[in-house]
Design a protein around this ligand. Structure first.
Ligand code: MG
Length: 168
């Protein structure tokens, strides 16, 4: 019994980071939520930098390599891929390795558009993909104060940290 409780308390943390360029003729999708904007995120997949940061945090926590190794960008299967489907697959792989997400915190760095109106939709989307209650999922948004490529509105970056617990 005591050993079982200790096993359940086994925790790991993982961090993830991603950045994608903004480009014309692309949709702007963050955590699977489409946000109206003249520019979207460039990439082989749908360019969802927030989903990608969360996927890398999950793989990092599970010590299961990274998104580039698991879902190679030169693999035609991932062209225009729905990154939230990749996130659900990442969660499945982490689950197979004996872990379950506990809570997620993220930060999106974006000069424009303003993301606050979409924050709760992004939280709900991530919570659904990870099988977490909404209260365990955080999405924070900030600007880069006009500094560097993100600050010039040329790219959007995302950071994530996730805690996972032993599930068996
Ligand atoms: Mg990416």
């Amino acid at each position: 019994m005591a050993a079982g409780i200790l096993r359940l308390m086994e925790l790991r943390a993982g961090t993830g980071y991603d950045i994608h360029r903004l480009a014309p003729g692309r949709r702007l999708v963050l955590a699977g939520v489409e946000i109206p904007h003249p520019l979207g995120l460039a990439g082989h997949s749908d360019g969802d930098a927030l989903a990608h940061a969360v996927i890398d945090a999950l793989f990092g926590a599970g010590a299961l390599a990274d998104i580039g190794q698991r879902f190679p960008p030169d693999d035609a299967r991932y062209k225009d891929a729905d990154s939230m489907a990749l996130l659900r697959e990442a969660r499945r792989l982490v689950g197979e390795a004996g872990w379950a997400p506990h809570n997620l915190d993220t930060t999106v760095v974006c000069e424009r558009p303003r993301l606050a109106p979409y924050r709760d939709s992004m939280r709900q989307s991530l919570a659904g993909a990870l099988g977490l209650p909404l209260g365990n999922v955080s999405v924070k948004a900030k600007t880069n104060e006009g500094l560097d490529a993100v600050g010039r509105g040329e790219a959007i970056a995302a950071h994530a940290i996730i805690l996972i617990v032993a599930s068996r």
